[in-house]
Unconditional design. Structure first.
Length: 182
């Protein structure tokens, strides 16, 4: 895996350990590059939250491209070690929550934390419906952007406004905003 843009462009980072490779679905370099081309105007200076972070590649890409801060949530401890190794190898710092995404979102909301960009790449079998969006909404800043990577299934929610959808084979990137249309 490699960083595709920003100050760490071309640097390689660790992928999932062999034991985890069947259980993970890292965002491909192509999809990551397309995603960051789409959201580029919002990255610089943003507080970025990476949910279901896996290797941390998407969040680290955000730091490389000028995000102010990065918070990653990943409950798999083997993957948390990969995230920490990747951050260390690039000389970057980020907050890592080694817990379930739903618990992390509740904790962040209680602390009153807000993020301009939230990226979520849940396992495709996990439902990202009303409950997920209810937990995301309080930590997404007004006018903020939720980027959801998912399969072809419809997203059943009425909390955030869907702005745009991009299809890359079996992968779909949907953009949602809180409060205002972009």
């Amino acid at each position: 895996m490699r960083i595709v843009g920003g100050k760490h462009r071309g640097r390689t980072i660790k992928g999932p350990p062999k034991k985890q490779q069947l259980n993970t679905r890292p965002t491909t370099d192509r999809v990551r590059e397309s995603l960051f081309n789409i959201i580029a105007p919002r990255i610089r200076g943003a507080n970025f939250l990476d949910l279901f972070a896996g290797t941390g590649a998407v969040g680290i890409e955000a730091l490389s491209r000028g995000a102010e801060s990065l918070t990653l949530v990943e409950k798999n401890m083997a993957m948390v070690r990969v995230i920490k190794d990747n951050l260390l190898s690039l000389g970057e710092e980020a907050e890592v929550f080694p817990v379930d995404v739903y618990k992390a979102l509740e904790a962040l909301a209680k602390e009153g934390r807000k993020f301009e960009i939230i990226f979520a790449d849940p396992p495709y079998h996990l439902e990202t419906g009303q409950e997920f969006f209810q937990l995301v909404e309080p930590v997404l800043s007004e006018g903020g952007l939720l980027v959801l990577e998912h399969s072809a299934e419809q997203i059943d929610q009425n909390i955030l406004l869907e702005q745009k959808r991009y299809v890359y084979g079996e992968t779909i990137i949907s953009l949602f905003t809180r409060g205002e249309h972009t």
